[in-house]
Ligand binder design. Structure first.
Ligand code: 13P
Length: 249
């Protein structure tokens, strides 16, 4: 019922020229598949190139890595949800671990950003995940549920149904230390249960992706784990051949 979602987060990599070259190779290696969704989150400055590159490939959805919660105003350097949508983004990452832990983004900001995205017709991909010390202290459940409830606080079930959730344990991001499929699965089951309570009947529409050191070697096993509906890939999505292999998983 839920199609698998394969998503690439390029982070601060691939400006417009690199993005164009990447897409030439990637599109030649990845034929359209109707049984899955592919999303790419380029840096905002590369969105224009990506829109041009995917003109004949409506199966590739584009996203933006961050938005501000206001629609416009005196916020130098920021990009709003309506602007991102106008530029071609259909999905937005909210509360990515690097936003939370490098830039100090708080739960309250993720709440406002999810609401701003929903208002603008952008699908928020809310990222949640515990740090290593939190996992060791047995706090995974508490942290993940807190982040989840905060992000969804201002959304009604119809807007929640448009969301995607990414479980990205902070200790697995960029470390080569992937979560075991059964450990990822346990948290996905927890998230699924919370979504059932929050979104009721509409919860079945919300995919839950796993992210954190996904690569061509472990993608299939992670995707096969119970309640893992997709993958959010950082480093391994930067190479067009590797990303095509993962997207075909
Ligand atoms: P890596 O795949 O590089 O660990 O990054 C994961 C991530 O943060 C995707 O959003």
């Amino acid at each position: 019922m839920r199609k698998p979602v394969l998503a690439a987060n390029w982070k601060m990599n691939h400006g417009p020229s690199d993005a164009r070259a990447f897409m030439r190779t990637f599109l030649a290696r990845y034929a359209r598949h109707t049984d899955r969704s592919v999303i790419v989150f380029p840096p905002a400055v590369s969105l224009g190139e990506m829109v041009a590159a995917t003109k004949e490939r409506p199966d590739i959805l584009l996203g933006i890595q961050n938005i501000h919660w206001e629609d416009k105003g005196a916020f130098t350097g920021e990009i709003s949800a309506p602007m991102a949508r106008d530029a071609g983004a259909r999905v937005v990452l909210v509360g990515h671990s690097e936003r939370r832990h490098v830039f100090g983004e708080k739960d309250d900001e993720t709440r406002r950003k999810c609401a701003a995205a929903a208002r603008a017709g952008l699908r928020p991909m809310l990222c949640v995940g515990e740090r290593l010390e939190e996992r060791r202290a047995g706090e995974t459940e508490r942290v993940v549920l807190r982040q989840l409830h905060a992000g969804l606080a201002d959304l009604d079930p119809a807007h929640m149904a448009q969301m995607l959730i990414a479980y990205e344990p902070v200790w697995a991001i960029g470390t080569g230390q992937t979560a075991e499929p059964r450990d990822a699965s346990a948290v996905h089951v927890l998230i699924r249960g919370a979504l059932d309570q929050l979104a009721g009947d509409r919860a079945v529409e919300i995919p839950i992706l796993y992210g954190g050191s996904v690569n061509t070697g472990n993608a299939a096993a992670l995707l096969a784990a119970p309640d893992v509906d997709g993958l959010l890939v950082g480093g391994a999505s930067l190479d067009p051949e590797g990303w095509a292999t993962i997207a075909r998983t």
